[in-house]
Design a protein around this ligand. Sequence first.
Ligand SMILES: Nc1ncnc2c1ncn2[C@@H]1O[C@H](COP(=O)(O)OP(=O)(O)OP(=O)(O)O)[C@@H](O)[C@H]1O
Ligand SMILES: [Mg+2]
Length: 258
Amino acid sequence: MGDKKVTLKLDNVSKVFAKVESDEVTHALYNVNATMESGEFISLVGPSGCGKSTILRLVAGLIMPTLGKVTVDGKEIEGPEPNRGMVFQKPTLFPWLTVERNIAFSLEMQGKLKGNEDKVERMLKVIGLERFKDDYPAQLSGGMAQRVALVRSLINEPEILLLDEPLGALDAFTRMNMQDEILSMWADTKQLALMVTHDVDEAIYMGTRVLVMDANPGRIVANIKIDEAFPRDRSSAQFVEYRNEILNKLHFGGKHNA
Ligand SMILES: Nc1ncnc2c1ncn2[C@@H]1O[C@H](COP(=O)(O)OP(=O)(O)OP(=O)(O)O)[C@@H](O)[C@H]1O
Ligand SMILES: [Mg+2]
C-alpha cells in the first residue's frame, strides 16, 4: 500500500442539481468544508438526501462541484482513478465473471495481472471465499457478494477508499462481522476511508471521526472525533455518550435530552 499519505480537502464546496420538473434547484451541498487524511476512518451520517453520496461521488471524480474545490494534496480532482476506489451500496459485480475474475478485473484492465496473481489469491483468502472462486455472483449470498465487491476495490490499493453504505443490505450478524473485516483491512493499510452509513452505532464503532450532516441545504453540522482505541466496546459508557451526542445532532435526542 506504500506509505504515501494524502490529504483530501473540500473547500467551500457547493453542488446544485437542476430539478427536471420545475425551475427550482436542489442544494445537494452548500458551502461544505472538510479536511481528511490518510489514517482516518471517516463516517458520514445524516438523513436521506443530505448529500452523503454526493460527497463520495465528488471525491470519486464522478461529478464536479458547482462551486468550490475538492483536492487531493492540493490537486483538484478531475475524474475517476483506481486510487480512489468506490464500493456502492448494492454490490456491482459482473455477473458473467467468476468471483476470482471479478476480483482480478481491474488489474487485468490495467494490464497488471501478470505477476500479481498472488494478490488475487490473498484477497480471496481475506474474505474466506477461496472455495467459491469459480462461482458466479448469482450463486453467492448478499454478504459474500458484498465482500467480493469490497476486495475488488481494495486490490487497487486505493489511497482513498469510498464506501457508500457498503453494509446496508446485510443482516445484523453478517454486518457486524463485515465491520470487523473492513476495520482489519483498513488497520493494515491505514489509508483514508470515507464511509456513508445510516447506522449511528456503525459510524461510532468504525470511525475515527464522525461527520454529521443535515439536509436542505446539504451541509456538515458536526465533526465528532471518536477518541477510543479499536476494537470499540458497543456497550461502554463512552460509546453510549457518543451515540447520544450524535442522535442529538440528528434531532433524535428523545425527550430526556430535550
Ligand atoms: N444526479 C442528480 N440529479 C438531480 N438531483 C440529484 C442528483 N443526485 C443527487 N440529487 C439530489 O441531491 C440531494 C442529495 O443527494 P444524495 O444522493 O447525495 O443524498 P444522500 O445523503 O446520499 O441520501 P440517501 O441517504 O438517501 O442515500 C437529494 O435531494 C437528491 O435528490
Ligand atoms: Mg446516498
